[in-house]
Design a protein around this ligand. Structure first.
Ligand SMILES: NC(=O)c1ccc[n+]([C@@H]2O[C@H](COP(=O)([O-])OP(=O)(O)OC[C@H]3O[C@@H](n4cnc5c(N)ncnc54)[C@H](OP(=O)(O)O)[C@@H]3O)[C@@H](O)[C@H]2O)c1
Length: 349
């Protein structure tokens, strides 16, 4: 039976280990992918170090995958052996995880990588894009947490639909923030006001941010700066930092009928909540049944969006050492990175 190397957390809060495991066999509608690049995300070190979100051990982590199709399961028609593809993993689903040399994928939430994008660049995209897209564009049916309910810019009538509407994205330089700016730009929002370290300002403007405010300003100062830029009502605000201060500032800025999407649990104080303003915490996994319709629709258009440059990958830093290098790189991520996605190459193990 063929085997491959995988990076495991054997039990709660235990150090990572690399070991050989039997290679997965793709079922109906699934692909086996040789993983060339695997993106690292904050949730990976959080799950290893705390055990939260892990239901079963041993667990393989890693939610961003780019590689080559090795084998297709029954009924697969869109892909063939040798295709360059990328996809998102799911929490706790070992066969579909990224920190291993071979992984499985679902046909409908996998996309081909266009020629202008490398494996490393492709591995920066899935989780961040899914987290933005699910919150902004889910149609509301069985939505986990909530949705802004916007028409996706990759579907008919969606591009530029919200032309001239003002919006705020907190933490624009985070991976999720970058993807959110890009999507809101495609949707036509203007101005797009974001917060970041000012060293990232020029780069964020190339993605579509109109104004970049210093993230180190106090919430009161940020509120005043944002209101100096525009008095327009904010119906959609995205908080990619998810901190209590940013969530409260976002909620304060919302107009009646407005919605705040946050990457962390809703921290708005109960006494501040009013019926005419909504806030929610999204679940950025396109593979779960509740998000699958949105995920299939997005992944069916993703190759074209990257090819035309409508979506751009996140700046990438490749970490050395293959799978063995991931624990060290996760420590670096835990300490904080700026405007970059860390990516490992499992085949270099
Ligand atoms: N709910 C979900 O499904 C889901 C999915 C994915 C991620 N998340 C969460 O989303 C958050 C972002 O993840 P990520 O992978 O995008 O993180 P990341 O790229 O590692 O975030 C680092 C960036 O965050 C920026 N930042 C941090 N705090 C900020 C603040 N208060 N104001 C402005 N900028 C701030 C920094 O900006 P500067 O460099 O400009 O200073 C830095 O560039 C994490 O908490 C993660 O756990 C949730």
């Amino acid at each position: 039976m063929p085997e491959h190397r995988a990076l495991y957390v054997p039990e709660k809060q235990a150090p990572f280990v690399v070991k050989s495991i039997p290679t997965w066999v793709p079922g109906r509608g699934e692909l086996l992918i040789k993983v060339e690049s695997a993106g690292l995300a904050p949730v990976d070190w959080i799950m290893q170090s705390t055990g939260i979100l892990v239901e079963k051990y041993p667990v393989i982590l890693g939610l961003d995958v780019a590689g080559t199709v090795e084998q297709v399961g029954e009924g697969v028609t869109k892909f063939k052996k040798g295709d360059r593809v990328f996809k998102e993993g799911s929490l706790g689903e070992n066969p579909f995880a990224g920190f291993q040399q071979y992984t499985l994928a679902h046909e409908d939430t996998t996309a081909k990588i266009p020629d202008n994008i490398t494996f490393d660049q492709a591995a920066t995209i899935p989780l961040a894009l899914a987290t933005s897209a699910v919150a902004l564009y889910h149609d509301g049916e069985n939505a986990i947490g909530g949705t802004c309910g916007l028409t996706p810019p990759w579907e008919a009538g969606g591009r530029d639909k919200y032309k001239g509407q003002a919006t705020v994205v907190f933490a624009g330089a985070s991976t999720v923030g970058q993807m959110t700016i890009e999507l809101l730009k495609l949707s036509g929002f203007d101005p797009i006001i974001t917060t970041a370290s000012l060293s990232n300002a020029e780069f964020l403007k190339t993605l579509g941010a109109t104004y970049v405010l210093d993230r180190k300003l106090s919430p009161e100062a940020l509120h005043a700066e944002i209101r100096k830029i525009t008095q327009a009502p904010f119906k959609t605000i995205y908080d990619a930092a998810g901190a209590s201060e940013t969530q409260h500032l976002g909620y304060d800025l919302l107009a009646p009928g407005g919605i705040l999407a946050a990457v962390q649990h809703d921290l708005i104080a109960p006494e501040k909540k009013v019926p005419e303003k909504k806030s929610f915490f999204m679940y950025g996994d396109v593979n779960v049944p509740q998000n699958r319709k949105l995920g299939s629709s997005l992944f069916s258009k993703l190759t074209g969006l990257l090819e035309e440059g409508a979506l751009k990958p996140i700046p990438v830093e490749v970490v050395p050492g293959g799978l063995e290098g991931i624990p060290v790189a996760l420590e670096k991520l835990r300490k904080g990175v700026s405007c970059v996605k860390l990516v490992a190459r499992p085949q270099e193990t």
